[in-house]
Design a protein around this ligand. Structure first.
Ligand code: HEC
Length: 250
């Protein structure tokens, strides 16, 4: 006959057994079980999902091709194609020029001056480049950051010839390069800002162009810095006095 004590013991045992079973069932239902059991299966089956599309013949851009007449794998882009984000319709920002509507006589003159042997496009280019077409304003606000960027770019690209003050006595000029004019002469102090942008973009006389090295935004920043350099040497005395009287920080 069982004692009360033995009864309690076996009850406890069955109890702990059923707890284990429940824990096991819970594990089976848990995500860990599902995950651990199905992951290898999925990995095993995945390669079987290879699609036929992946197997089709494809060419690489720089390879030759026997399919096309010109034997090039890369197809030439359709004329006039513009890559996304590269459409440069903003004349002001990208050329520093105003839209120029030439008078009929100007067009006629340009064809005459481009000579009998000159081509028609040469004549049009002359007209488009007509003097006095440079913009007077910057295409975006000139902030402290823009000036700082302009100073940095100037010190990289221009200082070697134009020197840090813009008087045109840079190191390369010391070694015999054509001396550029000082930025502080009247003509350049009063010239439209578009002229500076144009000079940086297309070069000027013996100065090389910088359109490949310097993006348009930075060319404008340099232009702003040239204006700051000019102002630094010709700050109106009256305005300086007024600002000093106004107690601006030194
Ligand atoms: C390799 C030397 C050299 C470098 C670098 C150089 N320039 Fe010049 N720059 C010249 C010379 C030389 C001239 C004069 C060209 C001439 O009149 O034939 C000139 C002329 C100019 C002029 C005056 C154009 C005019 O109307 O007379 C400006 C403005 C100017 N440069 C801006 C710049 C800026 C901005 C940079 C930097 C992005 C720069 N230059 C870099 C050599 C240089």
């Amino acid at each position: 006959m069982k004692t009360n004590r033995q009864d309690a013991k076996s009850a406890k045992k069955t109890n702990s057994h059923s707890m284990e079973t429940r824990a096991f069932l819970a594990f089976l239902a848990s995500w860990r079980f599902v995950f651990l059991r199905t992951l290898p299966l999925v990995c095993f089956l995945l390669p079987a999902c290879q699609q036929e599309m992946a197997m089709q013949p494809s060419g690489r851009p720089d390879e030759g091709s026997s399919f096309f007449a010109d034997e090039r794998e890369a197809r030439p882009v359709v004329g006039g194609t513009v890559a996304r984000g590269h459409l440069r319709t903003d004349l002001h920002l990208f050329t520093g020029k105003r839209k120029h509507e030439p008078e009929p006589w100007q067009i006629a003159m340009s064809f005459v001056t481009s000579g009998a042997g000159g081509n028609i496009f040469g004549g049009l280019a002359v007209t488009a480049d007509a003097q006095g077409n440079d913009v007077e304003e910057f295409p975006f606000p000139v902030t402290h950051e823009v000036l700082e960027l302009g100073r940095q770019r100037y010190m990289i690209y221009c200082v070697v010839c134009h020197d840090s003050l813009g008087t045109g006595r840079g190191k390369i000029v010391e070694r015999g390069y054509t001396p550029p004019p000082s930025y502080h002469i009247d003509r350049l102090r009063t010239v439209a800002v578009g002229h500076f942008f144009d000079v940086i973009t297309n070069g000027y006389g013996s100065m090389p162009d910088y359109k490949q090295q310097i993006p348009p935004h930075d060319r404008w920043a340099i232009t702003a810095y040239i204006r700051a350099l000019q102002l630094s040497q010709h700050f109106p005395a009256e305005q300086a006095k007024q600002e000093q009287a106004g107690g601006r920080p030194q």
